[in-house]
Design a protein. Structure first.
Length: 202
């Protein structure tokens, strides 16, 4: 957290004096060369407020509501074309713009802990994360999926905090999946053409 504050202070100096430009570049370069995790705070993004009438957990993937202006709902495959981003708490946002009541903060870029599941197979580092049939929860991208971003860490049944859930597929077959959080590099994109890692969603 202290490193985070130092970076912000130097960034403010950057606006006043060009001689600090080299310092900023060096600090960021050193941080990434030592450890990406040690500089996780640098990846925090500016979030924007959206109205919500439901209790949406931080890390949920959200889309614009089709009926209400500037309001978001948990994203799933029925509303993925209106995908906005991932919800974060005020503490997770570098700058929460217009932090009003009855709103949730949403980021559309940067790295954010995101709700994911193994409904489409275990997630690996570098896996493309997409909107899934589970509202607010991402999964491994499949053909034609709406992309949320790229997984920065794996997620599977052994991931700390992973919770098992039993769900039925369209053929009414029971499956055990795992749901939890993993850091995702948010990059809202169009549909893709890829394959999954062995889940049961077609």
């Amino acid at each position: 957290m202290v490193k985070h504050k130092k970076v912000i202070i130097i960034t403010d100096m950057y606006k006043q004096d060009s001689k600090y430009r080299i310092i900023i570049v060096l600090i960021i370069a050193v941080c990434f060369s030592i450890s990406t995790l040690n500089c996780f705070a640098i990846t925090e993004s500016i979030s924007n407020p959206y109205k919500t009438t439901t209790n949406i957990k931080p890390g949920s993937i959200v889309s614009l509501d089709i009926y209400q202006q500037n309001e978001v709902v948990a994203a799933n495959t029925t509303n993925e074309q209106r995908l906005v981003g991932v919800t974060v708490s005020n503490q997770q946002s570098l700058l929460a713009v217009n932090n009003a009541s009855n709103t949730t903060q949403v980021v559309s870029n940067g790295i954010s802990n995101t709700l994911v599941s193994t409904i489409n197979g275990p997630i690996s580092i570098g896996s493309q994360i997409a909107v899934s049939p589970l509202s607010g929860v991402g999964d491994n991208a499949s053909v034609g999926s709406k992309i949320v971003g790229i997984a920065e860490a794996p997620f599977n049944s052994s991931t700390p905090g992973a919770i098992s859930q039993n769900i039925y597929d369209s053929s009414k077959h029971l499956h055990k999946i795992y749901v939890g959080y993993t850091p995702v590099l948010i990059a809202i994109n169009g549909n893709i053409n890829t394959t999954s890692n062995g889940g049961f969603i077609d």
